[in-house]
Design a protein around this ligand. Structure first.
Ligand code: KIV
Length: 272
């Protein structure tokens, strides 16, 4: 294949066909350089509204706007070739009505070129999921811990510990599937419950803190790379980006102070 032949992107169909066949690999990406690095190795890139906390230091995801999601999603789509790019609908952009959700989801898809959107909710969002999917917008539903509900739930808690929570999760997942969601994200769901949901649903489940019984896994890339001092218990770190950055900055500062940088190679001179 020539270097310039664009690769074919993963589609909803490819992703769904992986259920029961092979694990689905998903990571978050918010920028062009990160998307380019991750793209060859993942099935999906999620432009998550977690970017509000990870990149902008917000206390929660609630302050993220549609414009902000669009700016980051454009960068991710343009720098990736094969991954299925899915974009979070931020708080306040879809809860009012199915029509509001359609307007914002259509804008996100048109302006970014992404393949699908994700929204938080189960039974209460089923009508909206149906409205979007019937009008050509693939939707991943997100249940379990729903970070946009942090103020009503009073914090970030594991879901599915009690029989009531388990029954509600099952209802939410079934409602999302029946409404046409192509996949279901399960966040911080008690692991046996997530495995049971995965068996009951015909659409793929993507877990984060939901155990090995899901059809796929997603992590926030910066958590996985070890950028932060503290990460949730379910995160496995595969690098130590924090230490690497700190050491590089210490070395750079020392070189500048010692007059060692810039040196010959980095010095531009007009040769007359
Ligand atoms: O915003 C996000 O990054 C998410 C995670 C739970 C994967 O939705």
């Amino acid at each position: 294949m020539s270097k310039h032949t664009p690769k074919k992107r993963q589609t909803v169909r490819n992703i769904q066909q992986k259920k029961g066949q092979e694990p689905i690999v998903v990571l978050t990406a918010y920028s062009a350089p990160m998307a380019a690095l991750l793209d060859p190795h993942v099935d999906m890139l999620l432009v998550g509204d977690s970017l509000g906390m990870v990149l902008y230091g917000m206390d929660s995801t609630l302050g993220v706007s549609v414009d902000l999601m669009i700016a980051h999603a454009k960068a991710v789509v343009s720098a990736s070739e094969s991954a299925f790019v899915i974009v979070d609908m931020p708080f306040g952009s879809y809860q009012l009505s199915p029509e509001q959700a359609f307007e914002n989801a259509a804008r996100i898809m048109k302006e970014t070129g992404c393949a699908a959107v994700k929204l938080e909710g189960g039974v209460e969002m089923a009508e909206t999921v149906r409205f979007l999917t019937e009008r050509g917008i693939p939707v991943m539903a997100h249940t379990g811990l729903k970070p946009q509900h942090v103020h009503t739930t009073g914090g970030y808690r594991y879901q599915g510990k009690t029989d009531e929570e388990k029954a509600a999760l099952l209802e939410d997942a079934m409602a999302g599937q029946e409404a046409g969601a192509f996949a279901m994200l399960l966040e911080c769901v008690e692991n046996d419950v997530a495995a049971e949901l995965t068996r009951k649903l015909t659409i793929p489940t993507i877990g984060i803190g939901a155990g090995a019984g899901c059809d796929g896994q997603v992590l926030v890339t910066e958590d996985m790379l070890g950028l932060f001092e503290r990460t949730p218990k379910f995160v496995k770190t595969y690098g130590n980006m924090k230490e690497m950055i700190e050491q590089a900055v210490v070395d750079y500062a020392q070189d500048v102070r010692d007059g060692v940088f810039p040196e010959g190679k980095q010095t531009l001179k007009v040769v007359s």
